[in-house]
Ligand binder design. Sequence first.
Ligand SMILES: Nc1ncnc2c1ncn2[C@@H]1O[C@H](COP(=O)(O)OP(=O)(O)OP(=O)(O)O)[C@@H](O)[C@H]1O
Ligand SMILES: [Mg+2]
Length: 184
Amino acid sequence: MITGNPGTGKHTSARLVAKRLKAEIVDINRLAIENEAVASKTAKGLEVDMKKLGRLLASILKKKGNFVVVGHLAPYVVKPAGIDMVAVLRRSPARLEATLQERGYIREKVNENVSAEILGISLYDSIKAFGKRKVAEFDTTGKEPEQTAGDIIAAAQKKKPRRAGAVDWLAVISEEEVQRFFDY
Ligand SMILES: Nc1ncnc2c1ncn2[C@@H]1O[C@H](COP(=O)(O)OP(=O)(O)OP(=O)(O)O)[C@@H](O)[C@H]1O
Ligand SMILES: [Mg+2]
């Protein structure tokens, strides 16, 4: 499974991992959009019925085969049974800000996502839902997608240790950045 904040590189990595492992991608966002029973459009974006989405995912993942499940909602809708590893992608606040601005996100949405990344919410929620032995963290800042995909596969196949908790953006950002990103 590949999760993390929007803009950290999940889909780019998932495509490469799935290709190398000859696995099928299960894209949580796409499932939600394609199944109207699961998501409805509101002024603020998509409103997802997490219970229905969870059931839909469970029915897909019980099938035979290898899957790469991808999405920022993963820790909240995927059951731990049958999941080998959870890769949580991280990206520096400054890089993430640039990526989200390039996408045309409004300031409030940029800050919501960057501050969630600074606090490590995706990692915390993944460890809470899947246990720390299944969770590994990958910093994509300044890395090539191929490198990240290779690192994810090595950790999934236990050829490299699964590390989590080393990324600490609060220790490296400036006071000015704290003020800017948490102002919303
Ligand atoms: N090491 C890396 N691994 C993956 N993607 C990277 C890496 N370095 C840079 N990128 C780039 O980061 C950008 C964002 O990636 P992507 O769209 O895959 O993010 P995402 O996490 O899937 O976002 P969302 O949750 O909003 O769908 C892309 O332009 C991608 O090429
Ligand atoms: Mg994506």
